[in-house]
Design a protein around this ligand. Sequence first.
Ligand code: AQP
Length: 331
Amino acid sequence: GKRVFSGIQPTGIPHLGNYLGAIRHWVDIQEGNECIYCLVDMHALTVWQDPVQLRKQVIEQTAILVAAGIDPQKQILFNQSAVSAHARLAWIFNCVARIGWMNRMTQFKDKAGKNREAHSAGLYVYPNLMAADILAYKATCVPVGEDQRQHLELANDIVQKFNHDYETDFFPQVQGYIPTTSARVMNLRDGSKKMSKSDPSEQGRIELMDEDDVIVNKIKRAKSDSEPLPSERKGLEGRLEAFNLISIYSVMENKTIDQALQEFAGQGFSTVKTALSDVLIQHIAPIREQTKKLLADQAYIHTILKQGAEKASAIAEPIVSEAEAIVGFIK
Ligand code: AQP
């Protein structure tokens, strides 16, 4: 088996994009592997978080992950700030990574927008903390969405420079695992933006805690177009919202886009939307209901996080201590 690491920001209720791009694969990859799944509250802090909300969201997300099928007994599920090894290794990596490397990160440019100077320094060095998350465990398999590819490359640049500068082979190269079926799920109201937790409008995303009628309504009001559906993928070119709806449907039904289009060719969007709402409800309702049950016993959720942090520390502590010794820290 492999050692797998992945994280999710407790910045809100996970949505369909997080589910199809990450959570679903996290569940599948558990068999035969050692999986470390982290609620990255330190990453969340790179943009303003209300403290009460942040705490609530960590608890809620933990429950959702367990409800979605992460096994907290066999695997490791915890919040990042509870394991100090992340922050300690991130500092070392802040001193390994070059400012020029950070300046090339497209996610920073996207998130910071025009007013870069007003953002936190944490947002700027976010990818170094992500490298530390992975390498504190020497994890070699990192399942993430396509949007994280550049950050994984940066992690490998850090590994290479660290190993070179300190004349060691201490850190292993990191392998991304970007499943080909993890379509980038786009905003339901704007097919050029990705579906995102922090988008001010909830109408653009399906959250894993949405009630059935909310799902039906959001899909009903999702942007589409008035053309009938084509029989082949190329007929969706330039139709961003139409493509997004078909793409979500096909991923959820384990079909190719062309197979999905066979079902709907020649028809309008109302048929697609009804079918899509149905599959979404089939997948989401059980997760939502199980989450509610789990949240009724918050002590249990706290125990999961505490035990997860203990198991995570047991792995990360010796690795990060050795990295500290390599750079010359006296402990
Ligand atoms: N729209 C998406 N489609 C496919 N995958 C996605 N992921 C996020 N959005 C989509 C994947 O979900 C995992 C966890 O993401 P994250 O919480 O660490 O941060 P994010 O990518 O910044 O997600 P959000 O929802 O947009 O959060 P905010 O709004 O807080 O920034 C990652 O593996 C990601 O690829």
